[in-house]
Design a protein around this ligand. Structure first.
Ligand code: AMP
Length: 192
């Protein structure tokens, strides 16, 4: 089965954890734009320096930077048969870009899955994560701003996929294994 999947959901809904599990199970690479930015920030690259000014404040990195990075990543061999995008597209313009990149090879997104979670639960989770991982964008002000950015810019992405009949919503609250199984059910992958 080809699996060109998009994983949506507010920060703190567990996208990163679930993306890694799903990718392993489906045999496709998990491509996390947030992880790629963080790796570049750690590595001190030019992309990292550009991104950090935005990630630290919880703002979206400008589309031209993000889109070019995703375009390069999707052109790599391991993404030819499928991928799971985690954290992209994050606004309506990025949806159009992804459509164009895939359409150039006669491809398209098969399904967008939105991991849903109550905002107060995700804020609590992220503030806890801050004490464990020390991410610089997990302070309370920045976390709340990232949620606002999600509501204003990324929720319309889910609405767009819903209009196309390509959105599945999955409750992100619960045991990690249970949530993985819910996601696999939504994707149409039989239980092992
Ligand atoms: P995440 O790990 O997905 O929460 O992403 C961390 C940060 O990276 C976000 O708050 C943004 O600053 C930036 N970022 C990640 N993905 C994107 C994207 N698709 N477009 C713009 N900025 C992004």
């Amino acid at each position: 089965m080809s699996a060109r999947l998009v994983l949506l959901g507010p920060p703190g809904a567990g996208k990163g954890t679930q993306a890694a599990r799903l990718a392993e199970r489906l045999g496709v690479p998990a491509i996390s734009t947030g992880d790629i930015f963080r790796a570049n920030i750690r590595g001190g690259t030019e992309l990292g320096r550009t991104a950090q000014a935005y990630t630290a404040r919880g703002e979206l990195v400008p589309d031209e930077v993000t889109n070019a990075m995703v375009r390069d990543r999707l052109a790599q061999d391991d993404a030819a048969e499928g991928f799971l995008l985690d954290g992209y597209p994050r606004n309506v313009a990025q949806v159009a870009e992804l459509d164009a990149v895939l359409a150039a090879d006669g491809r398209g997104v098969d399904l967008a899955v939105e991991l849903t979670a109550d905002p107060e639960v995700v804020v609590a989770r992220l503030l806890h994560r801050a004490t464990v991982e020390g991410r610089e964008d997990d302070t309370e002000d920045v976390v709340r701003h990232r949620l606002t950015v999600y509501t204003e810019q990324t929720a319309p992405v889910a609405a767009l996929y819903a209009e196309r009949g390509l959105l599945a919503q999955v409750d992100g609250i619960g045991d990690v294994d249970e949530v993985t199984q819910r996601l696999l059910d939504a994707i149409g992958q039989p239980a092992r």
